[in-house]
Ligand binder design. Structure first.
Ligand code: HEM
Length: 532
């Protein structure tokens, strides 16, 4: 600890000593239990202890940066962890992929189905990224994301307005997001069925899962699958519920193999293929067989298919869940969004065209940005300085970071830092809207001084950014075109009290891997058709 502290002192930034590294595995195992006791007895903790808690960025937000400035570090016996929230410095670090390197060992678990871009060495990463990102840049895929998201939303609204329906915001938005992902990525189309029909671990370990249910089971139990390895979950002496998860993972692997074979056969017949992500992977396979420095191998196809699903599912689903909760508590924002939907797009949802409608729905986009500002699924993005010291200008002053130092981009802090935002903790989607000179046209603010990095930044940013924007906007427009989410009020509750109650539930989060609302079912909502 003291050796690291001495090394860290050379940076000339505020430092905190921490006796145990938060990445220490035994600490991670006992941490939830310790903090449950701390919470129960409301024990006040020093800063160093607060940061041992998983997901501490959410609880602390910009507070430590407000106290210590835009750069500071905590030092542990294992590492130096620098925290940065200065806009220019963040932009700089994201852009210098070779100087500030992604710590591959943090992402090792993602290689559960094969090597993938998250675990690739810096030199291999570009090869993976090229294959993986290409389909996301294709606008015809966005067209498909739009149509499928609208289709799923129509079915969800139908389920929500059926007599006696129980709306489970968290679970239903997960189902919707999974169906969209399955349809777009791999042309596996599923009907929206509310959460009552979702697969659970309480069934036969020999059941055969279709693609969507296999994937859902794998993602619901991702930590077990990734830590233990799915093949190790199939041993006959294991409890049935574990074998069932193993069977789902094994079926998921088989579905990937079938999809790969279908695409390869189509390409061998000289056909174009389905035009999906798998099509791009199979083209990459062809290139890889001719020149191993290009394209991707079969194992990498499986690995990257899993990563896309893992990275694309809960991020979007959790954001939809937060937004639905907040909209339910803020009826005025729903009306504001609905007004734009009614103004710009026609009566018949089946005629809505992505290219025309999406750019006009800036208020729906503003709801997404504002939700991600306060609830970013990834709250701090880690990078490590390479074997050289790295200079960084923070708030106009140079700081030299020693080699092998952890640099955490405090997305959560930057997006709630008082210097950058007015009323930083208030959910106010309209803050993202500016008007043209005559005041007649609304557009999204794009001020480079305002830090917004929920999709990360630089070359390793999220390739699914546009995908998630299109999906989110289609869902919101489809939902609020003719319906509203109404909160079920408690007896005698005022509008303001309801808003506060819903906001409180949204803020009751945990962060196992990504930030998510702990239990959206703490509040009840209904879906009501309104006169057009
Ligand atoms: C609201 C939705 C989303 C958010 C906030 C989000 C956020 C992020 C962030 C912060 C990263 C960078 C993580 C890091 O550097 O460690 C990332 C990476 C990634 N995301 Fe997203 N994401 C979203 C949706 C999606 C979707 C829909 C897909 C795909 C369908 C996707 C695919 C990926 C992939 C493949 C990576 C890894 C990129 C790489 O390593 O080069 N994401 N995402």
């Amino acid at each position: 600890l003291e050796l690291n502290y001495r090394r860290a002192k050379s940076m000339g930034i505020p430092l905190i000593r921490m006796p145990v590294d938060p990445l220490n595995i035994p600490l991670q195992v006992v941490e939830p239990h310790i903090f449950r006791i701390v919470d129960f007895f409301r024990i006040p903790l020093p800063k160093a202890c607060m940061m041992m808690r998983r997901g501490w960025h959410f609880g602390v937000k910009a507070q430590f940066h407000e106290e210590m400035g835009p750069i500071w570090a905590f030092v542990t016996p294992r590492d130096i962890h620098v925290q940065v929230c200065d806009t220019a410095a963040l932009h700089n670090v994201f852009g210098r992929r070779g100087d500030f390197v992604r710590p591959r060992e943090f992402y090792q678990l993602l290689a559960a189905f094969g090597p993938c871009l998250s675990t690739a060495t810096p030199s291999e990463w570009a090869r993976h990224r090229k294959i993986l990102a290409t389909p996301f840049m294709n606008e015809s895929i966005m067209d498909y994301v739009w149509n499928e998201s609208l289709r799923q939303t129509q079915q969800m609204v139908q389920a929500w307005t059926t007599k006696g329906a129980v709306i489970r915001i968290g679970k239903d938005t997960r189902t919707l997001s999974l169906n969209v992902l399955a349809a777009i990525g791999f042309r596996r189309s599923f009907k929206f069925e509310s959460s009552a029909k979702e697969p659970t671990t309480g069934g036969s370990p020999n059941e055969t899962f279709d693609y969507r249910d296999a994937l859902q089971m794998v993602l619901d139990n991702a930590i077990l699958v990734m830590v233990v390895g799915w093949k190790n979950l199939l041993y006959p002496w294991l409890p049935a519920w574990i074998r069932r998860i193993g069977k789902a993972a094994s079926d998921f692997q088989k579905h990937m193999e079938i999809m790969l074979n279908e695409e390869m056969e189509a390409l061998n017949r000289g056909e174009k293929g389905m035009g999906t992500i798998m099509t791009a992977f199979v083209r990459g396979l062809d290139a890889h067989q001719k020149d191993p420095s290009k394209g991707n191998s079969v194992e990498e196809i499986y690995g990257n298919t899993f990563v896309i699903n893992f990275a694309g599912h809960d991020t979007t689903a959790n954001t939809l869940a937060f937004a639905t909760l907040l909209l339910a508590g803020n009826q005025d924002v729903q009306e504001w969004v609905a007004e734009e939907v009614q103004q710009f797009i026609g009566e018949d949802e089946d005629d809505w065209k992505y290219a025309e409608a999406f750019p006009k729905l800036v208020r729906s986009q503003a709801v997404l940005l504002e939700t991600l500002r306060l609830f970013p699924p990834v709250m701090a993005i880690p990078k490590w300085t390479n074997e050289q010291p790295q200079k960084l200008i923070v708030a106009g002053k140079p700081v030299t970071l020693p080699p092998g130092t952890g640099v955490f981009m405090s997305i959560m802090a930057a997006q709630t830092y008082k210097s950058y935002w007015t009323d930083p903790l208030v959910w106010k989607p309209s803050r993202w809207i500016t008007h043209n000179s005559t005041g007649s046209l609304e557009k999204i603010t794009t001020d480079p001084q305002v830090p917004f990095y929920s999709w990360s930044g630089g070359p390793q940013n999220c390739p699914g950014e546009k995908f998630s924007k299109v999906e989110f906007v289609a869902v919101l427009a489809g939902l609020l075109h003719k319906h509203r989410i109404r909160p079920v009020k408690e007896v005698g509750e005022s509008v303001e009290e309801t808003r506060k109650r819903f906001t409180k539930v949204a803020n009751d989060c945990d962060a196992l891997m990504l930030l998510r609302c702990r239990d959206t079912d703490q509040v009840e909502v209904t879906c009501e058709r309104v006169a057009a």
